[in-house]
Structure formats: C-alpha cells, structure tokens
Design a protein around this ligand. Structure first.
Ligand SMILES: [Zn+2]
Length: 408
C-alpha cells in the first residue's frame, strides 16, 4: 500500500514502527505482567525531555529504555506502518555501550515463530556522558533508519530487605517466607532494568512479630522484643484486630493520622535497607468518621513522617510492592501535578506508569487495559522527564536511583 506524505516545514520524520516490551500479547489484546528481561519501553512521544547531566544524550528521536549493566533484554517491534514481510535489521551506534545480542549480525529480525519481531540488546557498560542509539533499518544493516531507541545502562545497586509478618491483637496474615520471596520477585521483575535489585535472606530476615493489647491499660498496645522476648509498650492502642488503621481525626497530639503504621515501624526493625511489614488488612476513617475497609494494599509515605518501613496487606497484588518501593525511593504518584495535588488524570501516559495513584477506569476499553490486564495500572518507571504539568513526578528512574544509592 502506498502512503501519501505531505512534507511540512521542509522536514518530516516518518516512523513506521513502535518499540514495545517483548511480551506474548501485542496491543490491543494485551494482558501481560512485567517480565524481567522484557522491560517496559518509555515510548512517550518523540521528544526526549530533560536528561540528567551525567547521561549521554544521543540525537535519537524516539523511545528510551533502561538496562542493568551486563543484562540482555528483549524488545519487540510493532509494525504499525510497514509490511509484515519487510526485512528489518538492528544496529548499535556504540558497541562499547550496547551490543546487538540477536538476531545474528543484526538481522533480519524474525518475522515469525516465538521471536517474531523481537531483537535483543546487551548493556555492556554504564558510561557517563556516552551517547548511544539503537537503530532499526530497512533491508540491511546499512539501509535507511526507520526507528530509533536510546538505551541507558545502569550499574546495579543492591538493597537488602527484611519481611515482618505482623500479628495484631491475635490476627496475622497467612504468609510464609516463600510468599515473601514471590512478592519480592515481582518487584525485582519491575525494578531490574533500572539497576535496582532487592535481596532477601529468608533464613536471616524473615520474622513473625506480635502486637497485643496492654494487659492493664486499654489505651496502649505492646510488642514483643525479638532480642529479649519481653513486651514493650507502644504509645497508643491498635484499633482493630488484624488491621492497620489510619484516621483523619487523630490530631498530631494523638499521634496523627498514621500513628498505627508509625507504631508498626518501631517493631524490631532489622538492620537492612528496607523493612517490609505485612499485616492482615487496612482501614481508614475520614474526617466525618466514615470507615473504609481495605483502604490500601500497601503503604509507604513520601513526605509522611516515617522511619523507613513499608507496609503490605494480605491481599496485596503483584504490582503493589513495586509501587510502594517507588514511594520509598522518593517517587510520588504519576498523576500528582507539579503542585503535589493528585489530579486523578486518566490519560494513558499516566495510567501506564507503576506510580499511578488509583486504578484505570471502567471504560473505555483502551484505558481500562493499558497492557497489564483488566483495570491494572502499568509498570513503566519513566526514563524520560517530559516537560509540563506533571514534570516534577516524571524522570522516575533517575530520582529512584539517586535515592537508592543514598540508602544502600
Ligand atoms: Zn501510591
């Protein structure tokens, strides 16, 4: 099919492909969880945004993707405006930074089979200020460039974690060390391309914690100290068995809205980078005293007065720990505007992000499923920092890494 092109202002770029994470299902039949070696591609437009000073800036106009140093990742090409039979090749502009791992000699990229439209690149070195482009070319490795990708390579930062399974007044979540590892694996799938990894030694850092009511003082709870086995007083009582409750009506003098999650974070924290506290459930009271059960699946404050713990409830899903880790690494919600106000903007480029605040809408379908399943927000950690109303919360990878290096 011929395409008629009217060139504007003496120049026009025609980009007949898109770069997409190499999962089984293509849009619009998408339904794929994050895969460790098939990272989400930041394909938000052809502007490159503001890169941190230490990054290399190529003259690419296209997507960006993150790779941990030494990793080989898969990327899929979506042929949006080019024939399925066209032979496509892939090249790197700097093989000391990025090499093409497959197909052999750059192509052609497979047109059928399990690796249909998939190529692989290896992040060789995390070099400062060294630009690199991956180019997809038509017909040969020297043919015209029809799509550009700018990868960034990251030295791994390792964060050690502990899991605390918390029984509150007799009710604990039914979670084992194997469940903790599974949950952490999901988070590692999501964060790996950013070069941030979480390691859990279940023999050393898996704990069962107990909180009970004070035997004589109804206004206080107690927790059992791991070192001595003795009970220590907490400043307030836990409202409900099994629940971590927050309450808008609790004044600063009463410990503030988040006093129960604050109290949990003082329960035997281990000397690791992140302590995860896992309880049965959560509940919130608003200022009118109306209660919502299961008000959050996970909790980790940005700007909340916390000691450095992170919370999960029993029903937390595959994306929840990764999202809370994002908060822990100083990220706010993708739909928080520059003034810090949550806008509940359901634009797709916000919904596709790991740090989206809520859930995708019931309709239309293309917003309801942005690639990760029915009403599931995405797992993209933004590589680009795009200008505009949400720029303070964009560029998540650079900010997350800065914070991870600080607490490492
Ligand atoms: Zn959140």
């Amino acid at each position: 099919m011929a395409i008629r092109v009217v060139v504007q202002r003496n120049q026009q770029s025609i980009v007949p492909i898109r770069f997409y994470r190499a999962v089984a299902n293509d849009p619009p039949d998408q339904n794929s969880d994050p895969v460790r070696d098939a990272p989400a591609v930041d394909d938000r437009g052809f502007e490159m945004g503001t890169r941190p000073a230490s990054w290399g800036s190529s003259d690419a106009h296209g997507a960006m993707v993150a790779i941990q140093k030494g990793d080989t990742i898969k990327i899929k090409i979506l042929r949006t405006d080019i024939d399925d039979d066209a032979d496509l090749y892939v090249t790197s502009t700097n093989t000391s930074v990025i090499t093409i791992a497959s197909p052999n000699n750059g192509g052609p990229i497979p047109k059928n089979g399990a690796n249909k439209n998939i190529f692989q690149i290896t992040g060789v070195e995390d070099k400062r200020k060294t630009p690199v482009k991956v180019e997809v070319r038509y017909d040969s490795t020297t043919g015209p460039v029809i799509g550009e990708l700018e990868p960034h390579i990251y030295q791994p930062v390792n964060l050690s974690v502990a899991f605390h399974i918390v029984s509150i007044r007799g009710t604990a979540p039914a979670k084992t060390a194997a469940d903790a590892q599974t949950m952490l694996d999901y988070a590692n799938d999501i964060w790996r391309p950013c070069g941030i990894q979480f390691t859990f030694n279940s023999a050393q850092h898996f704990y069962n914690e107990t909180i009970r009511q004070h035997p004589t003082n109804a206004n206080r709870s107690q927790y059992r100290r791991r070192t001595t086995g003795k009970w220590s007083n907490l400043p307030y009582n836990f409202d409900r068995a099994g629940y971590v409750t927050d309450d808008d009506r609790w004044t600063p003098a009463q410990g503030g809205q988040w006093r129960e999650s604050d109290m949990i974070e003082s329960v035997n924290p281990a000397n690791v980078s992140i302590n995860f506290y896992w309880s049965h459930n959560s509940a919130s009271y608003d200022s009118a005293g109306t209660r919502t059960d299961s008000s959050w699946n996970g909790l980790s404050g940005v700007g909340m007065p916390r000691r450095g713990g992170l919370h999960l409830v029993e029903s937390a899903g595959k994306y929840d720990l990764g999202h809370e880790i994002g908060h822990f690494l100083s990220l706010n919600h993708s739909d928080d505007d520059n003034a810090g106000t949550e806008t509940d903007n359901k634009d797709i480029w916000l919904l596709r992000r790991l740090m989206y605040s809520l859930w995708p809408p019931d309709s239309p379908d293309y917003k309801k499923n942005v690639g990760y399943g029915d009403k599931q927000y995405g797992a993209l950690i933004s590589v680009k920092k795009m200008p505009g109303k949400y720029q303070n919360n964009d560029g998540e990878l650079a900010r997350g890494r800065r914070h991870a290096r600080k607490i490492n």
